[in-house]
Each structure stands twice: as structure tokens, then as C-alpha cells.
Design a protein around this ligand. Structure first.
Ligand SMILES: [Zn+2]
Length: 350
């Protein structure tokens, strides 16, 4: 079955028709309709109508930044779009001739990496999206784990440095204040403010282009030692935070996506080093692979389409139901005991 995935963010809307192997066979890209909830809804109906006129499509999945309920129907809050307690899936289902689901942008990206990217076959896959901040999601035993209130995966706001830098979440010393694009730019700015001769090349480039994360990454890739050190600092904080996550979750893979991950091994090698240094019980457990995400910017679109396709087949990700089945399967003794219990004979109904 073909399905449509829509990735809607603060600046753009990307919609694509995705086949069961995760390939995008047709797509439409437009500016994000940020003015109102009605404008966003109309834009989604328009792109779905256009794409489904060209392909036989069975379901629509939407990935959006924000808090989405576990039933994949309502966006509680979206920072970029005008959606507040919006039952968006139901409203769109009334206007479109196919089922619609909505999910958090990190959840859909994680699902795509698990199904078709760097986290295939993982039992517990942690996705970290490194952008301005840190986003993330957890795919656990073949399901996106959403938490009790749909807010799981906000790794970026775990406190790493008590009394550290203030964060927009209201706390100090959050992980994302140290391992993110924001941290890279802040640290580079602090170094430049010292007038250090070590930062002369960086200062020249910043004078021409302005200070951005991608500029520091570009200079690092060209061999500028100071820019490499700035990226390595972010990578080291990344690795320390991953060691904390490994202590709690014991995953079999970390997948790193988001804009900052474009730095590749300039970021990930220091992260791997710090991870190996801070992993609790190191030496007596495997070092969890830290991989780059495989699907790039289209992960959200692909994951949303795949989750929609599964929901349309009646495989909604109700975690509790899976968990019960899984426990029964694993505790074979209990299953066997239950099976041995005599069945109540049923009287055939007339
Ligand atoms: Zn925070």
C-alpha cells in the first residue's frame, strides 16, 4: 500500500508518496502554512488531494513538532504552528477519503530510521536529533515509546551541569545547552570575544559570513584546528549524555540525526571517546554503536507515511498491548500454565 507522509515544520511543508520499502516516489514541497490552524489544514488537504489524484494512496501520516497524544489524533501544542489542542487527525479525516494520523516529528523520524535507516533490527534504538537543541525518540521492542503523556524522548532537558547555562525550559545546565548547534555558536562567540589569535581564521570567516553552526563545521572540515576543537567540545558533551542514556535504557544503537550531525566524525569521534570514558560498567559491556542517521531530512516524511500505513492496517502502536504480549511470550512458563488450564466448554449459540 502507498501512503502519504507529511513533514510540517516552522518553515516548510514536505509531502511525499511513500512505498512499502520507504522510497519516496512523488513529492511536493511548499512553505509552511504558519498563519493559522485553518491555513495549515487547508494546505494539507490541498497537497493530499494533489498527490492522491496521481497515486492510489491508502493513508496519510503527519509529523509535526510538538506534543501529540498517544492515540496519534490530537496535537496538544506545536511551537511553530498555530495548533493548540487541535484534534487534527479527526478534522482531516472528515475532509479526506482516507485515515489520517499525526505524530511528533522526532517520533516519525525515529520510526523511519528503525524501519529503513540506521536503526534497523534494533531492540532499543535511541534517536538523537541535534539541531539548535536536542530532540529525540525511543523505539523499543518494535514500537515508538511515547511515555504516559506523549512526552518521552526529551533527552535535551536532562540536567548535566547543575547551575550551568540557563535553558528556555526554565532549568539550568540542560544537556542541550552543551551538545547542540546553539552551544557550538555560543562557545565560538565566547572564544571570538577574547580576541584569541587561535581563532584568527574563524574570526575572518565570521566577519565575512556571520557566525553560524554550519560555518564552524565547514571550517572544521577544511582543517581549522580551533573549529575542530569547538566541534569536539560539543561531541564530548554528546558522548557524556549518551553514556547517561545508556545507563538508563541500555540501547543497542544510538542514531544521531539533525543539522549538527552533518559534521560527521568530527562530532561523533569525540562523542564515541567520551561515551567510552563515561559509560557505567565500561569494560564489562559492549560499547553501543553511535551511528549517523541514514535517511537525512526525509526521515520524518518517510516515518509518518509508514506509521500511517500501519495504523490503516489496524496496527496502531498501543504500547501496553505489545508489552503484555511480549511478557507472555517471554515468560513461557506462565503461558504454558495458562494453556494447561481447562477450557470452559462453550455451548454453540443458536
Ligand atoms: Zn532545558
Amino acid at each position: 500500500m502507498l501512503s502519504i507522509g507529511i513533514d510540517i515544520g516552522g518553515t516548510k511543508l514536505a509531502a511525499g508518496v511513500v512505498d512499502p520499502s520507504g522510497q519516496i516516489i512523488d513529492r511536493i514541497d511548499r512553505p509552511a502554512p504558519v498563519s493559522s490552524a485553518a491555513a495549515a489544514e487547508k494546505e494539507i488537504v490541498d497537497v493530499v488531494t494533489e498527490l492522491s489524484a496521481r497515486h492510489a494512496v491508502g493513508a496519510v501520516g503527519i509529523g509535526a513538532a510538538g506534543w501529540v497524544d498517544a492515540e496519534q489524533t490530537t496535537i496538544r501544542f506545536s511551537p511553530h504552528l498555530a495548533w493548540r489542542d487541535e484534534p487534527i487527525a479527526q478534522r482531516l479525516s472528515e475532509r479526506l477519503p482516507m485515515p489520517v494520523i499525526v505524530d511528533n516529528d522526532a517520533n516519525v523520524a525515529a520510526w523511519a530510521e528503525y524501519r529503513h535507516g540506521a536503526g534497523q533490527e534494533a531492540e532499543a534504538m535511541v534517536l538523537i536529533t541535534l539541531g539548535t537543541g536536542i530532540g529525540g525518540a525511543l523505539v523499543l521492542a518494535g514500537q515508538v515509546y511515547r511515555g504516559a503523556w506523549g512526552m518521552a524522548g526529551e533527552w535535551g532537558h536532562t540536567t548535566l551541569v547543575p547551575q550551568g547555562h540557563w535553558c528556555a525550559c526554565g532549568n539550568r545546565g540542560c544537556w542541550e545547552m552543551y551538545a547542540s548547534g546553539h552551544a557550538l555558536v555560543r562557545d565560538a562567540g565566547e572564544l571570538l570575544a577574547t580576541g584569541s589569535p587561535q581563532a584568527a581564521a574563524l574570526a575572518d570567516a565570521v566577519a565575512q559570513h556571520g557566525l553560524t553552526g554550519p560555518l564552524v563545521t565547514q571550517l572544521a572540515a577544511q582543517g581549522d584546528q580551533t573549529s575542530r576543537e569547538l566541534l569536539a567540545e560539543v561531541g564530548t558533551w554528546l558522548g557524556l549524555g549518551l553514556a547517561n542514556l545508556a545507563a538508563g535504557l541500555d540501547p543497542d544503537v544510538f542514531v544521531i540525526g539533525g543539522g549538527v550531525s552533518a559534521a560527521g566524525d568530527l562530532l561523533l569521534d569525540p562523542a564515541r571517546e567520551a561515551f567510552a570514558r563515561y559509560l557505567p560498567g565500561r569494560g564489562f559491556r559492549p560499547l553501543v554503536p553511535i551511528r549517523l542517521a541514514g535517511l537525512g531530512v526525509d526521515a520524518g516524511l518517510i516515518g509518518a507515511a509508514d506509521l500511517a500505513s500501519r495504523a490503516a492496517k489496524g496496527r496502531r502502536p498501543v504500547f501496553r498491548a505489545y508489552w503484555t504480549r511480549s511478557l507472555l511470550r517471554r515468560e513461557n512458563g506462565k503461558v504454558a500454565r495458562r494453556e494447561r488450564q481447562p477450557r470452559t466448554p462453550r455451548t454453540p449459540s443458536a
